[in-house]
Write a protein that binds this ligand. Sequence first.
Ligand code: DGY
Length: 327
Amino acid sequence: MSKPRILVARAIFPDIVDRLREHFDVEANTDDVIWTPQELAARLADKDGVLTTGSQRIDAALLAAAPRLKVCANMAVGYNNFDVDAMTAAGVQGTNTPDVLTETTADFGFALLMATARRMTESEHYLRAGKWTKWSYDMFAGSDIHGSTLGIIGMGRIGQGIAKRGAHGFGMKVVYHNRSRLSAELEAECKATYVGKDELLRIADHVVLVVPYTPASHHTIGAAELALMKPTATLVNIARGGIVDDAALAVALRERRIAAAGLDVFEGEPSVHPDLLTVPNVVLTPHIASATVPTRRAMANLAADNLIAFFDGRGPLTPVNQPATLR
Ligand code: DGY
């Protein structure tokens, strides 16, 4: 019997592609070409499954052009590149990679918060530019992490990981806002108090965004929300581009309406709003929150395992939808 045909849409660890080859007839994008939606659709025309990395859009038009496609395994916990309704209606299974990246991403969120509040990259640029000629009492004075109030918007697994780091490691007072309130047990574990979004923005010294991107969460933080924040506050976005109105944020940073921001994700990435590149009080990183070798390997292996389990008939390990009937 012939093997199912799989496309690996971006370059990933070669040994994990080799593992897929044991089960499937694999076409791999070894050169890591960024295909247009049309090029992706052409390659999927004869494929049964695809391993995506979060930047390939799977929508009704692509599904129509790929009539054999049965499963899309995203190598990311976020899956806003999937039109889940269109996939479910077409009988196409989607999967993602939760859990394996939680702690690594929470580590990074906390690192970005600290770099932002303590002005680490801004001061490093100053030093590298040869501008450091004397010590002064207020040179790159930032804001404290320990003992301050941490506001987390989006209290899923990663948000909870950041809350624990803040509450247990740095004695922070943690407040959070989420679509639904956590159980009393989880709130106690995270030492976190539920508050409304506006209250969180008013009282937090540091705001961290970990909310999934959906049309409803588009511009969760825009000019009106930034206006509620303390002028000494920092804002960190490790969620998704589009959760923050980047143009409004650049204005707020330039006018010092908030102290600083740390951004790992951007609207329209890999493009970055040009105004963000010229304000000094922002730390910018290229969507690397889950980027450690063990975690990226675990993500790629889980995406591969989802494909293998799906075609073995065991069902996907970490599904994002439940089509009534499969293609
Ligand atoms: C995710 O898993 O959603 C991260 O953003 C990595 O792409």
